[in-house]
Design a protein around this ligand. Structure first.
Ligand code: NAP
Length: 283
């Protein structure tokens, strides 16, 4: 039986009530029998700086940070990992030797999800097509660069945003027109939807995959619904597919280890539990 202090962490965002992170960390806390809590904190942008400065007074070991605070979180750190410095955004904060540290684990989560869902995907992947140029795309491009994907092309509704991201990402990152998306499919070994299109409540991504090779891997980081229309279309034509839920699960691993001292594993049981929440089987 556990005695003593309750270890506490959580997720801070605005809004944050739909975050599934408490389900994930709650599951691991129970698995390890750790006397801990993981809660949601809805904090407005104007209150974020005060919230971070008082983390330890609030008894928190650290937090996950979600929209819209990831850039502000990076600016509030004492120390950042190379990855967070490169992305200028942090989603996982913890204390080490009295200093507030931050990392960006979205790229870790993205890569681990593909590694688990389609092992060896990066061996022959030379060319990646990224739809979208927001915060998630930034982290994913950094991840693909870590895996030495030779050619990365960004296509975004707002072209200037894609150009800014290409510039910031450095290396061999190209930009193509949203209206010419289908031409880009011909040479892609990996297609990643990082836009919010296809998410429940949003319009669908209106894209025919006809020009895409049958071996190209298609992944969508939207995970509500679990199978977006993009993934369904890809699956029905025989392409390998990986959905976005695993990215959410895997990005949570480093934070749990920092706050609660155990390295958790993303199991099928955890995935089914979160799936049940998404599909409404569990509230
Ligand atoms: P963001 O910074 O707001 O970026 C949104 C992106 O979607 C932008 O590229 C935007 O294009 C594009 N977009 C939005 N509406 C569009 C439309 N009607 N037509 C074409 N493009 C549109 O958001 P984010 O943080 O990158 O997140 C993007 C999505 O990924 C969200 O659905 C989020 O829930 C999901 N996500 C999943 C995970 C995971 O763990 N699986 C992690 C992070 C994010 P413009 O630049 O033209 O506005």
């Amino acid at each position: 039986m556990n005695t003593g202090t309750i270890l506490r962490a959580g997720v801070v965002g605005h809004p944050v009530k739909h975050s599934r992170s408490p389900i994930i960390h709650g599951y691991w806390l129970e698995q390890f029998g750790i006397n801990g809590r993981y809660d949601r904190y809805d904090v407005k942008p104007e209150d974020f700086s005060h919230f971070v400065k008082t983390l330890s007074e609030q008894g928190l070991q650290g937090v996950n940070v979600t929209i819209p605070h990831k850039e502000a979180a990076f600016l509030a750190l004492d120390e950042a990992t190379d990855r967070a410095r490169r992305l200028k955004a942090a989603n996982t904060l913890w204390f080490e030797n009295g200093k507030l540290w931050g990392d960006n684990t979205d790229s870790i989560g993205f890569l681990a999800n593909l590694d688990q869902g389609h092992p060896g995907w990066d061996i022959n992947a030379k060319s990646a097509l990224i739809l979208g140029a927001g915060g998630a795309a930034r982290a994913i491009i950094a991840g693909l660069q870590e895996r030495n994907i030779e050619k990365i092309t960004i296509v975004n509704r707002t072209r200037e945003r894609a150009e800014e991201l290409a510039l910031m990402s450095g290396g061999q990152v190209a930009v193509a027109e949203w209206s010419k998306l289908s031409f880009q499919l011909e040479s892609a070994d990996l297609v990643v939807n990082t836009t919010s299109l296809g998410m429940s409540g949003q319009p669908d991504l209106d894209l025919s995959l006809d020009p895409l090779g049958k071996n190209a891997l298609v992944t969508d980081i939207v995970y509500v619904p679990l199978e977006t229309n993009l993934l369904k279309q890809a699956r029905l034509r025989g392409n390998p597919v990986v959905d976005g839920l695993g990215m959410l699960l895997h990005q949570a691993v480093p934070g749990f280890e920092h706050w609660f001292g155990k390295r958790p594993v993303v199991t099928d049981e955890l995935r089914y539990l979160v799936e049940d929440h998404i599909t409404g089987i569990r509230a």
